[in-house]
Design a binder for this molecule. Structure first.
Ligand SMILES: [Fe+2]
Length: 373
C-alpha cells in the first residue's frame, strides 16, 4: 500500500519527501525528470517514454515542488518545458529506495522430495480449461513449485495446443512446434530413445531456452519410463550453503551447449546459475548431454569439473527428486528455466505429445491474470 506524503523539500541533489509515516526518501532530479508523465514526455496509452532522455541537462533541477491532491501527488515545475508535472504518491512510494530491476517478491518455493510430496501440484485439466481463475491457479502453481500435473486431460495433441494457446503460443524449434512421438532411434537427440535420461534442462544450446515445457502422455504400454523432476533452486540453495566455492563457480563460468543434428548446428553459452543483480537465481541451465567440447586454463577447468560434479550429484540424489509415471491423460507442465527433468529407462511403447512456450509469454500471462492489463 502506498502512503500519503507529509511534506516535500527541494534540495540541491534532489527532492526530499517525508511520508506520513515519518519515513524519508530522496529522489534525484534527473530521475524525476526522466519519469515525468506529462503528454510531451510520456504516452499514457502505451506506457512508453516519449522524452529524449539523452537531451536532458544532467544537472537539471526542479524549479518548484508542492503537494497536490491532499498529499496524494507531488507537482514539480521543470525548467525545460512541462509545467506542474504530477507524480503519483503510489509511484513515488514504490521507488522510495533504489532496488535492482529484478527485486520483486520471490514467490518461488524451493523443494526437495519430502516437501514436494505435501505440495498442491495437481489440478484437473477441466478446472484449468474452464476459465481464467483456473489458468491462474495453474500458472501460480508453476510459479511456486516450478511445475504442475494436470489430470484427466483429453489424451490428444489438441489438448497441448489448447493449453499452450491459453498461456501464450507454441514455440517453434528445429523439432517443430507441437510434437507427438514414440521412442524412436531415428532422431539424433537423446530425448527420443528409451534409455535413462538423467536430469537436465532443455536447450542449453539456445540463447533463449524455452520457458515452459508441456508433456502429455497419450498412450502407455510399457514398463518404466517414469518422469523425474528436480528443483534447480533447491540445488542452488544447498550448494550455496554447503559448497560456496562450487556455487560461485557455477554462477560465473559460462558453459557452452551444442546441438548437432537434423541439419542444424546450434550453439549458446551461459553459467549453470544465471543470477540477477540481487544475487537471485534467474535461470538454471544444466545439460551434461549437450555440453560442447571446451577447455579452460587451470585451475579453472578443475574447479569447473568439481562444481559440475557437485551439482550433478544433487541432481541425481533421490532425496531431491519428484518421480511419477505419467499415464494417459496426465499432463506435466514445468519451468525449464528452473526445474531439471529426466526419465527412467523403459521397455515397450510410450507415446507422448508436447510443446514449448516462451518464458516471457508465460510471465506475461501470469502478470495479466494477477494484476490485469
Ligand atoms: Fe529434455
Amino acid at each position: 500500500m502506498s502512503k500519503g506524503i507529509r511534506s516535500v523539500q527541494p534540495e540541491a541533489a534532489g527532492l526530499e519527501i517525508v511520508w506520513e509515516t515519518g519515513e524519508r526518501a530522496s529522489y534525484p532530479w534527473l530521475w524525476l525528470r526522466d519519469h515525468a508523465t506529462d503528454p510531451q514526455s510520456y504516452d499514457s496509452r502505451s506506457g512508453q517514454r516519449e522524452l529524449y532522455t539523452a537531451g536532458l541537462d544532467p544537472a537539471i533541477h526542479g524549479l518548484a515542488a508542492r503537494l497536490g491532491a491532499g498529499g496524494r501527488t507531488v507537482e514539480i515545475d521543470w525548467p525545460d518545458g512541462p509545467q506542474s508535472v504530477a507524480y503519483d504518491a503510489g509511484f513515488l512510494w514504490r521507488f522510495r529506495s533504489p532496488a535492482p530491476a529484478t527485486g520483486q517478491d520471490d514467490r518461488r518455493r524451493p523443494w526437495d522430495q519430502a516437501k514436494i510430496a505435501e505440495a498442491p501440484i495437481e489440478l484437473a485439466y477441466a478446472e484449468v480449461a474452464a476459465d481464467d481463475a483456473g489458468l491462474r491457479r495453474l500458472l501460480e502453481t508453476v510459479e511456486a513449485w516450478g511445475f504442475a500435473v494436470l489430470t484427466q486431460t483429453p489424451a490428444e495433441l489438441a489438448s497441448v495446443a489448447a493449453l499452450a494457446g491459453k498461456i501464450g503460443y507454441v514455440r517453434e524449434t528445429i523439432f517443430g512446434g507441437l510434437w507427438e512421438f514414440e521412442a524412436n532411434e531415428a532422431r539424433a537427440d537423446s530425448a527420443y530413445t528409451p534409455k535413462t535420461l538423467r536430469p537436465h534442462t532443455d536447450a542449453t544450446y539456445s540463447h533463449d531456452a524455452p520457458g515452459l515445457q508441456i508433456l502429455l502422455c497419450l498412450a502407455y504400454q510399457a514398463e518404466g519410463g517414469d518422469s523425474l523432476l528436480v528443483d534447480g533452486l533447491e540445488i542452488g540453495r544447498r550448494l550455496a550453503a554447503a559448497q560456496p566455492d562450487e556455487y560461485a563457480t557455477l554462477g560465473r563460468i559460462a558453459i557452452p551447449g551444442r546441438y548437432l543434428g537434423d541439419g542444424a548446428h546450434l550453439a549458446a553459452e551461459r553459467p549453470v546459475f544465471r543470477l540477477g543483480r540481487d544475487g537471485r537465481i534467474l535461470q538454471v541451465s544444466f545439460n551434461n548431454y549437450d555440453r560442447a567440447p571446451f577447455r579452460l586454463p587451470e585451475p579453472e577447468m578443475t574447479a569447473l569439473y568439481r562444481a559440475i560434479a557437485a551439482f550433478d550429484r544433487l541432481a541425481n540424489d533421490p532425496a531431491l527428486c519428484w518421480c511419477r509415471g505419467l499415464r494417459p491423460g496426465d499432463l506435466l507442465i514445468f519451468d525449464n528455466w528452473r526445474v531439471l527433468h529426466g526419465r527412467t529407462a523403459f521397455t515397450g511403447s510410450r507415446r507422448m505429445a508436447g510443446c514449448y512456450v516462451n518464458r516471457e509469454d508465460y510471465e506475461s500471462r501470469l502478470r495479466i491474470l494477477r494484476d490485469g492489463a
